[in-house]
Design a binder for this molecule. Structure first.
Ligand code: MN
Ligand code: MN
Length: 268
């Protein structure tokens, strides 16, 4: 299976700080900076597989305005998926996941979405903005883009978002109660990783510091559980890295590590 890496440099609907539009380049720079090799933890050497099993399409050109941006991202991802390719995108703020899921759901009608985030991103609107990066999973569920949505890392639940989670039957695994297990999944799976799921100690280059988060190891072990289960990972994104807040490229390197591990999961 060919996996295509796609940058989505868009952060117009960030509610607090801009910056994630610069993440695709920062993560690419981290991937090729020479400090790490191209092997996944399971031992797949991605270097020689480049252009054969995976390739980098570069960045989408996304207009500022919300509806035009949704259309551009949906269209760009749909074109990249042609012929059965899997897509690994680097955001961008979390808004980008909504149009990506529009494209994914046109091909896969029974998608399970596994969402790692400090925030449930289920607001109906935030400060009047229905395109906000705090709303994508409300849009995705309203439009029926996912058959099942599971959330991990959550530690900022509000009464409104709890109502939304109930309304959409979201399986929210709040971090304070989580046992480290990912339930058994089957069928096509999409993985969306908002890097603020991690504790800011591990990934400081984000817009919304939310202490008490996952360790990088817990996130990697979660991915491994998905890989070793029966699910087929058909798409993934890594979003919300904000290079203007990063320290020593630490978060860009986390992004690069996640990209390598996700590529390894998706080319098999
Ligand atoms: Mn998010
Ligand atoms: Mn978040």
């Amino acid at each position: 299976m060919i996996v295509k890496l796609l940058g989505v440099p868009y952060d117009v609907h960030s509610s607090f700080l801009r910056g994630p539009a610069a993440a695709p380049q920062a993560v690419r720079d981290a991937l090729i900076c020479g400090s790490a090799n191209w092997c996944t933890e399971s031992g797949i050497d991605l270097g020689p597989l480049r252009d054969e099993r995976w390739l980098d399409l570069g960045d989408l050109d996304v207009p500022d305005e919300g509806q035009s941006a949704v259309e551009a991202i949906r269209g760009g991802v749909a074109a990249a998926m042609a012929g059965g390719s899997r897509i690994l995108s680097i955001g961008g703020d979390h808004m980008v996941t909504w149009p990506i899921m529009q494209a994914m759901s046109a091909i896969h009608d029974d998608l399970t979405v596994v969402h790692f985030d400090a925030h449930p991103d289920l607001y109906d609107e935030l400060e009047g903005d229905r395109y906000s990066h705090a709303c994508p999973f409300a849009r995705i569920m309203e439009e029926g883009r996912a058959a099942r949505l599971l959330q991990f890392g959550i530690r900022t639940m509000t009464p409104h978002q709890r109502e939304q989670a109930d309304r959409f039957d979201v399986e929210v695994h709040e971090l304070r109660d989580w046992n480290g297990q990912i339930p058994e999944l089957c069928g096509p799976v999409y993985i969306s990783i908002d890097v603020d799921a991690l504790d800011p100690a591990f990934a400081p280059g984000i817009s919304h510091n939310e202490p008490g988060g996952m360790t990088t190891r817990q996130l990697l072990d979660s991915l491994r559980q998905i890989e070793e289960g029966n699910a087929e990972v058909v798409g993934a994104d890594v979003v919300e890295i904000n290079p203007s807040r990063d320290v020593n490229d630490q978060t860009a390197m986390v992004g690069a590590k996640l990209v390598r591990e996700l590529l390894g999961m998706m080319i098999e």
